[in-house]
Write a protein that binds this ligand. Structure first.
Ligand SMILES: Nc1ncnc2c1ncn2[C@@H]1O[C@H](COP(=O)(O)OP(=O)(O)OP(=O)(O)O)[C@@H](O)[C@H]1O
Length: 331
């Protein structure tokens, strides 16, 4: 489908451990639209990074793909591509900024040496391509070329993140996946980086996938949001739809637990308990043990996926009834 940048079908991914294969991603299916920002939200350990590394084809032991397909840019079947073919499209078609990437810049290499390494890995000479490097730095707001002669420790957190973004975009990819792009930065720098990301996405008509546990940040920047819980996408749709009418109680509770000006002085709903974990995985709905609206049926039977839009679905068999029970539970 031409307007889909990434199409994932029935993806099952786990990690090999002493207990055997621990399944993490469970039947993940999602179409990510082209030229938009899609946020992947979920608490720590819900499988967000596993999903991102699967899309990039970074599948090394102990990680194991059991089944499924991932098609990028309507033609690249990531899970069946040989490594050298994957390397050719990484950076050019799809790029990735991993979690805490700003801290993984090589501390003993100047910024220009890092750029040179990246270009060399693509058969390009740094000195023959300085115009590309200067443009990439300008795009991320680093107009002073002295940055190239600096070591990472001489840069602020925000500057390092800008360098990392410049590196990820240097080969003009169509798709960029960013894992926790603002974590570890102070609030003002976070705001600047988000503004930059949004600007770059618009200018370059990028498909941007942003992964974060910070649901408030994701709702600020994203066009679409996928909510992950226990290795599944439990809800997906336009951010405004999820904001106005969450179909899944987990989305509702996540959003309600974000403090706002109007919630000042009010008691915010909490999500009780903890996720059971991937070893003792719930039999029915993955969220049922923590869901205030769950019935015995929810605990026994996994819900169907209800698709209501090209880019919208939810997995809850109690919608819309649970919405009528919110006031009784929380107000
Ligand atoms: N290399 C690994 N070996 C074994 N288990 C792993 C490995 N990487 C991740 N896991 C497990 O997979 C599950 C999902 O982890 P993942 O990192 O994908 O979640 P996440 O939502 O990105 O969390 P975080 O935001 O904390 O990174 C966790 O239970 C984690 O312990």
């Amino acid at each position: 489908m031409a307007d889909v940048a990434i199409s994932i079908k029935n993806l099952n991914v786990g990690y090999i451990s002493d207990f055997g294969l621990i399944k993490v991603l469970r039947n993940v299916s999602i179409d990510i639209p082209e030229g938009k920002i899609t946020g992947i939200a979920g608490e720590s350990g819900s499988g967000k990074s596993t999903l991102a590394t699967s899309i990039m084809g970074f599948i090394n032991p102990p990680m194991l793909v059991e089944s499924g397909s991932i098609i990028v840019d309507d033609k690249y079947e990531i899970l069946s591509m040989p490594k050298d073919e994957l390397n050719k499209i990484r950076g050019k078609v799809i790029s990735y900024v991993p979690q805490a990437a700003q801290n993984s810049l090589n501390p003993i290499r100047k910024v220009k040496e890092t750029f040179a390494d990246i270009l060399k890995s693509r058969g390009m000479d740094y000195y023959a391509n300085t115009d590309i490097v200067y443009k990439a730095l300008e795009d991320v707001g680093l107009t002073d070329r002295q940055v190239l002669d600096m070591y990472p420790f001489q840069l602020s957190g925000g500057m390092k993140q800008r360098v990392v973004i410049a590196i990820s975009l240097i080969l003009n990819p169509k798709i960029l996946i960013m894992d926790e792009p603002t974590t570890g930065l102070d609030v003002i720098v976070q705001h600047e980086i988000l503004k930059l990301i949004k600007k770059l996405q618009k200018e370059k008509n990028l498909t941007l996938v942003i992964i974060s546990h910070d649901i408030a940040m994701l709702f600020q920047i994203s066009d679409y949001i996928a909510v992950m819980y226990g290795g599944q996408i439990v809800e997906y749709g336009k951010y405004i739809t999820l904001l106005k009418e969450s179909y899944h109680p987990y989305t509702y509770l996540l959003l309600s637990s974000v403090p706002t000006v109007s919630s000042r002085g009010k008691k915010l709903p909490r999500i009780p308990g903890d996720f059971e974990g991937f070893i003792r995985y719930p039999k029915g709905c993955v969220f049922s043990s923590r869901c205030p609206f769950a019935t015995i049926t929810c605990k026994e039977n996994p819900p169907e996926t209800i698709v209501y839009d090209r880019f919208g679905f939810y997995k809850c068999s109690r919608y819309p009834q649970w919405r009528n029970e919110v006031s009784k539970a929380y107000e």
